[in-house]
Design a protein around this ligand. Structure first.
Ligand SMILES: *Cc1c(COP(=O)(O)O)cnc(C)c1O
Length: 388
């Protein structure tokens, strides 16, 4: 991501490291598509779909224009729609919610576990009614929701699991890989995701051949063959050029995820002494399988310095941070008609006020992690009594 502000010493995301490493390969892959000319539904797309589905430990991949479309069309392909209730965490990127609404289903929000920021599955169980058709676990920040607990819940209440894996490419937990737990899973290839294209893109992965076939039609105007339409679909294909780029990056993804894990462990070490000042990282309950799309810490109420102040001071030191996400879905003005209110989801509302995402990308060095951590520590009064 190109920064035009020269004051920024450490950006929030920097893709140069990735792109410089494989620049020649990327150019060749793009050149090959230019020569081939099969820009829509070309060979490089089919090749990448097969490779990515295999990497996720599942059967079929169907490339679409965005992660949002992978959710909206994917739910439709799983026959989840009008009259169905779909459970989702309230602290997710708004695209999860938009996907449910576009599929015609009724979103039912539940709160999160404040330690991990992942959906609270006990709250999910309490939200189930006779109309509940599916649950969407969001593998937020790169950490999977427990597959065992999800499968137990789905089995007990006969629910479909549709994974939002947009932040969790190749994440693992309890022997499962993100995208292989439920009936289907949605991925995003937005440039800054763990696997990102040079533009928008997304994919639905599934091991169900009927879901895959329906998805192939839905992304292509609902056509089962040219000019013969069996459903009202849309135009949402992953460009051949994007697929060619993504396929070049795929072999590096495991290493890049490992780099992210190392950076996260470095942050954990550096930030540990700040716990006494109310600064604590979101917890990793999935060990080495966490792929750290984001590294998020909480600035708890016991911290003597406000989050806005910490963020401003870091910016003054040239360090960019983010908040993922500042307003939970139920409090977004666009969705007021769903009828939720302030206070409905106390954990998500608390986290929205406390969280801060620190720079995280392959290529961020250990000395930069130390620099960021010292910049945070420098804002805190020393010798503070422990007060959590
Ligand atoms: C990025 C993201 C999406 C949407 O993907 P796009 O490709 O931007 O449409 C959906 N859900 C989550 C959790 C995301 O992070």
């Amino acid at each position: 991501m190109k920064m035009n502000n020269t004051q920024i010493a450490i950006p929030f995301v920097n893709l140069n490291f990735q792109h410089q490493l494989i620049q020649n390969q990327l150019q060749q892959a793009i050149q090959a598509v230019l020569e081939q000319g099969d820009f829509i539904l070309g060979k490089a797309l089919a090749d990448f779909e097969a490779a990515f589905a295999a990497a996720c430990g599942t059967e079929y991949g169907v490339g679409v224009a965005s992660g949002t479309d992978a959710i909206a069309l994917g739910l439709q392909a799983c026959k989840i729609g009008f009259g169905d209730e779909v459970i989702l965490p309230v602290n997710t990127f708004v695209a999860t919610l938009i996907g449910v609404l576009r599929a015609g289903a009724k979103p039912i929000f539940v709160d999160c576990d404040p330690r991990t920021a992942l959906i609270d599955l006990e709250a999910a169980a309490r939200a189930i009614t006779s109309k509940t058709k599916a649950i969407i676990p969001v593998h937020l920040y790169g950490q999977m929701v427990s597959p065992k607990q999800l499968l137990d819940l789905a089995d007990t209440y006969k629910l479909l699991i549709f994974e939002d894996a947009a932040q969790a490419h190749l994440a693992e937990r309890e022997g499962y890989r993100a995208g292989s737990v439920g009936i289907a899973a949605a991925f995003s290839f937005y440039p800054s995701k763990n696997l990102g294209g040079v533009g928008d893109g997304g994919m639905l992965v599934t091991r169900d051949p009927d879901v895959a076939q329906t998805m192939i039609r839905l992304r292509n105007y609902g056509a089962s063959q040219k000019y013969f339409h069996t459903e009202s679909g849309t135009n949402s294909r992953l460009d051949t050029i994007q697929a060619a780029v993504l396929h070049q990056k795929l072999p590096y993804l495991a290493q890049w995820n490992h780099d992210r894990l190392q950076i996260a462990q470095d942050y954990d070490t550096e930030l540990a002494p700040l716990a006494a000042n109310g600064i604590i990282p979101i917890e990793n309950h999935s060990g080495e399988g966490h792929v750290y799309h984001l590294y998020v810490m909480r600035i708890c109420d016991s911290c003597p310095v406000e989050r806005s102040e910490i963020q401003a001071q870091l910016m003054a030191a040239g360090i960019q941070t983010g908040i993922h996400y500042p307003i939970p879905c139920h409090l977004q003005p666009a969705f007021a008609e769903l009828g939720y209110q302030v206070g409905d989801f106390p954990h998500a509302e608390m986290l929205a006020k406390q969280i801060l995402s620190l720079p995280m990308y392959p290529g961020l060095s250990n000395s930069q992690v130390k620099e960021i951590s010292s910049a945070i520590a420098a804002e805190l009064p020393t010798h503070l009594p422990v007060a959590i």
